[in-house]
Design a protein around this ligand. Structure first.
Ligand SMILES: [Zn+2]
Ligand SMILES: [Zn+2]
Length: 408
């Protein structure tokens, strides 16, 4: 479950409430949009009302995402949502419980007063434990695992010292006796906030126009010069894209990542290689030997079962879409899954699409993938009662699942 964050507008100081999944702060007072950027995981603090006490902030690492496991006969998955104490000190509560959901958090900033314990746990260490629980239920060899759609952040719990004990600054209850070796403690403490969020103005780097994007968008578009942009190392970089244009005003466009890939180990370079190696029940056509292999994935968050099904469907369809580097005029679903996450899913899609899994999946560990290029593709869909139907390929996506995906 996601949480809420309180943040002042960097332009006018007006109070704004954000969802954990938001990337854009749109101020309702001055109407200015700012993109929230950090090259590291976001850091949040739990708010407290304790006055005149020296606050010690203790870090917890949080992970939200889907873990996929490729087995000899199937692909399994589990949605993970874990928060764990991020340093090896036994005195603190191991988890934050329901607090992040129950309270409105704030971003850590240089204005946060107190001292901060350093984070020692890294995500992969934390995941090893959780993985074990998931993998223990499988009881089969796992040949490949991947994490997709991850949100990783740090949440600080505020504590203070009093009468030889550490107190929770939110509940005012003691959480631990004071360690005798307090010096040891101070060697892992920083006295200035170790992180601050960067607000990027959402102006097109190409022409200076205001870019478009919904709160949860990770790719912004410029309606003036017809370009697409994603945030990287403190600025916006151009995203290659095309749209399959259609005059029908009632259509809706959904975004996908098309990734041109060459794999080694299991050698796939063309679509013909892919169809032969994965043993598809279709006769390989001559032209397929000249088509570079491309894996597809939704560029939006959606339940893992559908994520797999959509990726497989479009990868196998290998439609020759006629696209143009223009933004469609019709409604567009926001890009909520960055290309870096879609790339994580390439081997999973390979395993999932393979008919003769037991011959191919065990070879995944020694298979490497090289992404030659990645393109954002806007495809037109027609709305029906329950589904969205892709015009060229007939791919159907449940409308409710599409909406629900925005909260993942
Ligand atoms: Zn404002
Ligand atoms: Zn522009």
């Amino acid at each position: 479950m996601g949480f809420l964050v309180k943040q002042e507008c960097p332009q006018c100081g007006g109070p704004v409430e954000l969802k954990e999944t938001d990337h854009i702060l749109q101020c309702p007072y001055c109407n200015v949009k700012s993109f929230l950027f950090s090259s590291e995981p976001f850091r949040f603090v739990l708010p407290h009302d304790t006055k005149n006490k020296e606050i010690l902030y203790v870090p917890y690492l949080r992970f939200r995402g889907v873990c996929y496991a490729c087995l000899a006969r199937s692909v399994r998955y589990r949605i993970l949502d874990i928060t764990r104490l991020a340093l090896p000190l036994k005195r603190f509560p191991i988890s934050l419980g329901l607090r992040p959901q129950a309270m409105k958090m704030r971003f850590l900033s240089y204005a946060t007063e107190g001292s901060f314990l350093k984070c020692f746990l890294n995500t992969s260490e934390m995941l090893i434990k959780t993985e074990k629980q998931f993998f223990a239920t499988i009881r089969e060899d796992i040949y490949h695992k991947a994490y997709v759609g991850e949100a990783i952040n740090l949440i600080y719990l505020p504590l203070y010292f009093e009468k030889g004990a550490l107190f929770d600054a939110i509940t005012q209850r003691p959480v631990a006796r004071l360690p005798r070796d307090r010096e040891k403690f101070s060697s892992v403490t920083e006295n200035v906030p170790p992180w601050q969020l960067t607000f990027l103005a959402t102006l097109c780097p190409g022409c200076g126009w205001n870019m478009e994007g919904e709160k949860d968008s990770v790719v912004l578009t410029c309606p003036n010069c017809e370009t697409a942009w994603e945030a990287k190392s403190g600025g916006f970089v151009s995203v290659d894209f095309f749209s399959v244009l259609n005059d029908d005003p009632d259509l809706t466009y959904l975004p996908f990542w098309k990734m041109s890939v060459r794999t080694e180990g299991i050698n796939i370079n063309t679509f013909a290689d892919f169809m032969e190696i994965t043993n598809q029940p279709r006769v390989v056509q001559k032209s397929w030997h000249h088509k570079d292999m491309a894996f597809w994935a939704p560029a939006f968050k959606i339940r893992p079962k559908l994520f797999l099904a959509i990726s497989r469907y479009l990868t196998l369809a290998y439609e020759d879409f006629e696209g143009q580097r223009m933004l469609p005029d019709q409604l567009r679903h926001p890009v909520t899954l960055p290309v870096a996450e879609a790339i994580q899913a390439i081997k999973v899609t390979l395993a999932d699409a393979t008919v003769n899994k037991k011959d191919i999946v065990p070879r995944l560990p020694e298979t490497s993938t090289a992404v030659k290029s990645a393109t954002l593709v806007y495809l037109p869909f027609r709305k029906t009662g329950h589904d969205m139907i892709q015009i060229q390929t007939g791919l159907a996506i449940n409308r409710k699942s599409l909406e629900f995906g925005r909260y993942l």
